[in-house]
Design a binder for this molecule. Structure first.
Ligand SMILES: [Zn+2]
Ligand SMILES: [Zn+2]
Length: 568
């Protein structure tokens, strides 16, 4: 195969040779001569990746964007994202040529255009930093800090956790921005071995060039300190002069642009205590410096990286009713990145709730709101949760409405919901409201959105197909003139049968309307349904709407002109 590729490359004007199962090609442009070594990853597998191409004699080119370095003086040339390209096994020679030409183009543009090279290195600070991290410093650094613009005292400990053994964990000594319930943080903290090393956070507002190949970390540190703004440098000096140390950690973030920082960590070590040197003129002998990568655990990084929606940080949504539908909505909104949830419910988790409730059996017997708050804070580090163990009516009376951006009502009680709707419509200023409910037997579920100013409300649905007012919602799929509950053991043991999937599908509709409302995509009151099938073993009567409904998951208009609540 290598011979075939070599011949093909030569046919295309490259000079190529094979040394140690690698293809070495030589390329000339301007005053430069570069050599590239490449191979496909064979190792008993199929070729799932593009060929790896290395720039030989890497050291002599100094700092170069998109090219790594290592002890062998070879640099892997970055080929960009390869996930969306696929490899044609029949034509490996062409694949090789394509990758090679791209690599040559990359190197050429960087060597010829020094400004472009420098700009791109600044942008990929973390990738370059990685090259300076010695393979000997295997233990990781995990930081729970948000970027700040001042020097901060940090607390650190060494983890004894199974999966993060010997990792060094950093957080602000004042514990600001930390959610103590968050399970990952709790787990690391509960297995900590303590650490008396001194550590500081150092903010870097101007982009800096990462260490060049062959530049020592200590040299680079002096270069970094020299370029700090005077105030920060003086503050750093004052901090350093407080104490002599044997080990000193500097955790730092480089500001790359709006809401974008690169993090790095330095460890300084010495046999005997001394002041950390800040320039070559200090007492530097005996000090060793090492570069560490940082596992960043902060809001700025985690939320966008995990797919949370932008701009929801300052949003508060109330969820009234935290049963299987409301609980699921809470979880979905947390995943969407909502800043704060307010939960209202007056029930505790029962044995009967297991299987379709978001909460697991560990919460049986506890209030749903308190349990849900605990569950959410445990899993979503940057979510705020407040709760009220009470009724919808109390929520309304206590003026909580003014402190929320929107309300979701998922009590499953139409009387309560209509009361809420009719109360709200009277007010001049009200938040948007989403109502959602499940129909039994897997027949369907619904969500409606009531616009905070426009026409349309929950009561618009209480009409029949001829346009007369009705006691039943026209949205429903099950005929109201039948008994749809299941009776287990007589009076008081009736229940409406529906599964977790019915609850989740309905919750998803409510979440969707909520997110569209928050993103200003809903200009008027709307409604949406999902339609299931009639189970064969029940004699259920369905409505006219059910029989003719073909708009599952489509958003339709809600307003009815005959509504005497919102249109009088
Ligand atoms: Zn790259
Ligand atoms: Zn209405």
């Amino acid at each position: 195969m290598l011979e075939k590729i070599k011949t093909f490359l030569e046919k295309n004007g490259h000079s190529a040779e094979i040394i140690d199962s690698r293809i070495i090609t030589t390329h000339k442009f301007n005053e430069f001569v570069i050599r590239i070594a490449g191979k496909f990853f064979l190792e008993g597998k199929l070729w799932f990746s593009l060929p790896e191409l290395y720039l030989l004699e890497r050291g002599k080119y100094g700092s170069l964007a998109h090219v790594s370095w290592d002890e062998k003086d070879e640099g892997l040339i970055c080929g960009g994202v390869s996930e969306n390209r696929h490899i044609d096994y029949e034509q490996l020679d062409e694949v090789y040529l394509l990758a090679l030409n791209k690599a040559i183009e990359t190197i050429k543009s960087l060597l010829i255009d020094k400004d472009k090279n420098e700009k791109e290195i600044l942008e990929e600070f973390s990738a370059h930093w990685n090259f300076s991290v010695s393979s000997k410093t295997k233990n990781k650094v995990i930081s729970f800090l948000e970027p700040s613009n001042e020097i901060l005292e940090l607390t650190s400990y060494v983890s004894n956790d199974d999966k993060f053994k010997d990792s060094v964990i950093f957080y602000r000594t004042d514990e600001k921005n930390l959610n103590p319930n968050y399970s990952f943080f709790k787990r690391l903290k509960s297995k900590n071995r303590g650490n008396r090393d001194r550590s500081l956070y150092l903010p870097i507002e101007q982009p800096v060039l990462p260490p060049a190949p062959n530049e020592s970390i200590l040299q680079w540190w002096f270069r970094l300190v020299e370029n700090l703004p005077t105030t920060i440098r003086e503050d750093l000096e004052n901090q350093i002069l407080k104490k002599t140390n044997k080990v000193f950690w500097i955790l730092s973030s480089v500001h790359l642009g709006q809401n974008k920082h690169s993090w790095f960590c330095l460890k300084f070590e010495r046999k005997n205590k001394s002041y950390l040197p800040l320039s070559v003129n200090c007492k530097t002998e005996g000090w060793n410096a090492f570069a560490y990568n940082v596992i960043i655990h902060n809001k700025e990084y985690i939320k966008p990286r995990g797919g949370a929606e932008k701009g929801l940080d300052d949003i508060t949504v109330a969820i009234i009713g935290c049963g299987s539908v409301g609980g699921e909505i809470a979880k979905q909104l947390a995943s969407a990145g909502i800043g704060k949830l307010m939960l209202i419910d007056h029930d505790s988790l029962n044995v009967e709730n297991i299987y379709r409730h978001t909460l697991s059996s560990q919460y049986i017997g506890y209030d749903k709101v308190k349990s849900l708050s605990h569950f959410l804070k445990t899993n979503y580090p940057y979510l705020k949760v407040e709760y009220l163990f009470s009724f919808l009516k109390i929520f309304l009376e206590k003026d909580y409405l003014n402190s929320v951006d929107g309300v979701i009502v998922a009590t499953g009680n139409p009387t309560e919901e209509r009361f809420f709707n009719n109360e709200l419509i009277k007010r001049d200023k009200r938040p948007w409201v989403v109502y959602t409910w499940v129909e039994g037997h897997g027949i369907g579920g619904h969500a409606i959105y009531v616009h905070p100013t426009g026409e349309g409300c929950l009561s618009c649905l209480y009409r029949d197909m001829y346009g007369n007012k009705s006691l039943n919602s026209i949205q429903n799929f099950l005929d109201s003139e039948q008994d749809i509950a299941i009776n287990i053991a007589g009076c008081g043991t009736h229940f409406l049968p529906y599964s977790f999937i019915d609850a989740i599908q309905s919750a998803t509709l409510a979440t969707r309307l909520t997110l569209e409302a928050l993103n200003n995509q809903l200009s008027k009151s709307s409604r949406i349904s999902w339609k299931g099938v009639v189970p064969p073993d029940f004699k259920l009567k369905t409505t006219y709407r059910y029989k003719n409904f073909k708009k599952s998951l489509e958003i339709e208009s809600l307003f009815w002109e005959g509504c005497d609540v919102c249109n009088f």
